[in-house]
Design a protein around this ligand. Structure first.
Ligand code: SF4
Ligand code: F3S
Length: 363
C-alpha cells in the first residue's frame, strides 16, 4: 500500500487516470456529473475539470472512526470497478484511516501526528463520540475519542462528519443513550462542521463535497442541520419515482400485494420520504443502480437528526403528510384527488382503489 501511495502522491491526475484505464472522456463526464450533483450549471463541469487537473496540492485526509459500524468506510470503498470517483478520492492523500491503512499501533499514530503537525488537512469523522464517564467508552491508543477529535480539528482546513452517527449521534445516541454519545458538532461547537448524514452516507455526496472544496476552496452551502444543500435541499418525496402513485391514492397495503408488485407508493408501509431531505432518488446507490424505495422498501428517514427516536416505528405511517396540511393522511389525499379527477379524467381504477380502502385507514 505504501508503494502505491507513493506513486499516487507523485503522479498527476492525468497519470492516475491513465494508469487506471480511465479515458479523458470519462473524466469529463465525471466532472459534468459532479457539477449536476452540486446543482451547478453544466458549464461548471469545465471549471471543475480544470481545478482538478491543475491542483498541485492534494490535501491530506485524517479519517477518524469512533462509535460506529464502519458503514461509511464501506460506502467510501463501494465501487464495483475503478471509476473517476475512485480516482478523485485516491488522489487525496488519505494519511490516516485505521481500517484501511497498512500501518498499525505506534506507526499509525505517528503517521497521524505527522499529518496534524503540517496542518491544512481535512478531518473526516465517522461515528459518534461518547462523553459519559470521561469518554472511556471509546478510546484509541489510550486516548478518548473526545481528545483525539479535538486534537485533529486544530489546524484543519475542513471538518466533515460522515454518516448519521457522526452528524447527529446516530443509533448510539438513541434513547437511553448509555454512553452519552454526541455528534462532531457537539464536541466542536465553535467549528464549521459539514454533515453528510445517512446510514451510511452516500459516497457520491462525499465526492461532490471534496470536489467542491478543491474547486472553490470552500465547503458548499449548508442547511440549518449542517447538511450541504446540493444533497439535502429537497425532500425524498418530491423526487420519488412513486410520487405519481401517491398523488393518485395508489398505496401498497401489505407486502407482496398487487400494489407492491406494481411499484405503488409505500407511504402506508411506513415511508418517511415526505419528512426526509436527501438526494437518494436522484443519486441512488451502488453506482446509481437503486435506492431503498426503488427496491421496494420504505425510506426510514436515515438522514434526519435523531431518526432512530423520531422516525420509528419504521413500518408505522407518518401521522400527516407535509404539504397537504396537518392530519391530512395519504388516504384523504388519495380520496381528494380521486374526487377531483373524477370530474374530468378516467378514474375508475383509482376510485375503486380509494373507496375500497375504507375509513379505517383514514385518520
Ligand atoms: Fe415515494 Fe415514500 Fe413519498 Fe410514496 S411516501 S411517494 S414511496 S417518498
Ligand atoms: Fe436513508 Fe431514506 Fe435515503 S432510508 S438511504 S434517506 S431513501
Amino acid at each position: 500500500m505504501s508503494k502505491e501511495k507513493t506513486v499516487v502522491e507523485e503522479a498527476t491526475l492525468t497519470d492516475v487516470l491513465e494508469s487506471r484505464g480511465i479515458s479523458r472522456r470519462s473524466f469529463l463526464t465525471f466532472c459534468s456529473t459532479m457539477a449536476a450533483t452540486l446543482a451547478l450549471p453544466v458549464s461548471f463541469g469545465a471549471k471543475i475539470a480544470n481545478a482538478m487537473e491543475t491542483t498541485d496540492s492534494r490535501p491530506s485526509v485524517v479519517w477518524l472512526e469512533f462509535q460506529d459500524c464502519a458503514g461509511d468506510s464501506e460506502s467510501f470503498l463501494r465501487a464495483s470497478r475503478p471509476t473517476a470517483v475512485d480516482v478523485v478520492l485516491d488522489v487525496l492523500s488519505v494519511d490516516y484511516h485505521e481500517p484501511l491503512m497498512a500501518a498499525a499501533g505506534h506507526q499509525a499514530e505517528a503517521a497521524k501526528a505527522a499529518t496534524l503537525k503540517k496542518g491544512g488537512h481535512i478531518v473526516i469523522v465517522e461515528g459518534s463520540i461518547p462523553v459519559a464517564q470521561g469518554g472511556i467508552h471509546c478510546t484509541i491508543g489510550g486516548r478518548t475519542a473526545v481528545d483525539i477529535l479535538k486534537e485533529a480539528a486544530q489546524g484543519a482546513a475542513a471538518i466533515i462528519a460522515v454518516g448519521t452517527c457522526a452528524a447527529y449521534g446516530g443509533i448510539a445516541a438513541a434513547e437511553p443513550n448509555p454512553t452519552q454519545a454526541k455528534s462532531v458538532k457537539d464536541i466542536l461547537p465553535g467549528a464549521t462542521v459539514l454533515n453528510l448524514p445517512g446510514c451510511p452516507m452516500n459516497v457520491v455526496n462525499l465526492t461532490a463535497t471534496v470536489v467542491h472544496f478543491l474547486t472553490f476552496g470552500a465547503l458548499p452551502s449548508m442547511d440549518k442541520h449542517g447538511r450541504p444543500l446540493f444533497a439535502y435541499g429537497k425532500r425524498i418525496h418530491d423526487n420519488c419515482e412513486r410520487r405519481g402513485h401517491f398523488d393518485q391514492g395508489q398505496f401498497v397495503e401489505e407486502w407482496d400485494d398487487h400494489g407492491h408488485t406494481q411499484g405503488w407508493c409505500l407511504y402506508k408501509m411506513g415511508c418517511k420520504g415526505p419528512s426526509t431531505f436527501h438526494n437518494c432518488p436522484t443519486v441512488q446507490w451502488n453506482d446509481g443502480q437503486s435506492w431503498p424505495v426503488k427496491a421496494g422498501h420504505p425510506c426510514v428517514g436515515c438522514s434526519e437528526p435523531d431518526f432512530w427516536d423520531t422516525m420509528g416505528p419504521f413500518y408505522d405511517r407518518l401521522p400527516d403528510v407535509p404539504g397537504y396540511g396537518v392530519d391530512v393522511t395519504a388516504t384523504k389525499v388519495g380520496l381528494g384527488l380521486t374526487a377531483a379527477a373524477a370530474a374530468g379524467f378516467a378514474v375508475h381504477g383509482i376510485a375503486k382503489m380509494a373507496t375500497s380502502k375504507g375509513a379505517d385507514d383514514d385518520e
